[in-house]
Design a protein around this ligand. Structure first.
Ligand SMILES: Nc1nc2c(ncn2[C@@H]2O[C@H](COP(=O)(O)OP(=O)(O)O)[C@@H](O)[C@H]2O)c(=O)[nH]1
Ligand SMILES: [Mg+2]
Length: 208
């Protein structure tokens, strides 16, 4: 067990930032065949999660100020897969024009990016599902993309509250039975739940 965790860490540790792009069309061609994106409301913990999974403290820029990431950030992992840090949605403090632009960028990427193998949609466990999350789930489902949910910041709520969130999300997932895959729990300070997510990504990236 310990040695397989070490192998996983080695896989994700070997990484580099490729660039920031304002459209999926601008991402340079490469031999990488599979890509995994992380999306969710602003401040949900996308960048922190990418840093935890890759064991690289400052790979993705984290911020206390919501609405910072406004482009498609691409990271290459072990020359085998890409990670994509997408802008957050549902952030009220930016202009409507900016919100619409960011939404277009996210939706065009999800709809058209052929390498996109699995979407990870992050939900803040303390905040729960919002309408903007449901809209995003509907969009992903309509694009027939497979997705998993990651309930983030579980250190902020009790075990009972975690179970409640998990159950209510799972019951909603009956509406997405063709595209929903799994639910994960995460906490990035002590790295709780990170190995499970690493395993999942590694496993699906190895499939033909
Ligand atoms: N308590 C707690 N805070 C977290 C966790 N993950 C991220 N944060 C904090 O949430 C804020 C937003 O994180 P960030 O990764 O930048 O979110 P993003 O906007 O979705 O990329 C930062 O202040 C992080 O330190 C977590 O698991 N637990
Ligand atoms: Mg971010």
């Amino acid at each position: 067990m310990a040695s397989s965790n070490k192998n996983l860490n080695n896989f994700f540790c070997s990484n580099k930032f490729l660039g920031s792009y304002i459209s999926y069309k601008d991402i340079p061609e490469s031999i990488i065949e599979k890509e995994y994106c992380f999306i969710g409301r602003s401040n949900v913990g996308k960048s922190s999660l990418i840093n935890s999974i890759t064991k690289t403290k400052k790979l993705a820029k984290t911020s206390k100020t919501p609405g910072r990431t406004q482009a498609i950030n691409v990271f290459e992992i072990s020359k085998k897969i890409n990670f994509i840090d997408l802008p957050g949605y549902g952030f009220a403090k930016v202009s409507k024009v900016m919100r619409d632009n960011l939404m277009n960028l996210i939706e065009e990427y999800i709809e058209n990016r052929e390498k996109l193998n699995h979407v990870f949609i992050l939900i803040d466990s303390k905040v729960g599902l919002k309408n903007s999350d449901i809209d995003m789930l509907d969009f992903i489902n309509n694009c027939s993309k497979e997705f998993s949910i990651i309930l983030t910041k579980i250190d902020k709520i009790s075990k009972n509250q975690i179970n409640f969130q998990k159950k209510s999300i799972l019951s909603l997932m009956k509406n997405y039975n063709k595209t929903f895959d799994s639910i994960y729990l995460s906490e990035t300070k002590k790295n709780n739940g990170i190995i499970e997510i690493q395993k999942k990504i590694y496993e699906i990236s190895q499939k033909k």
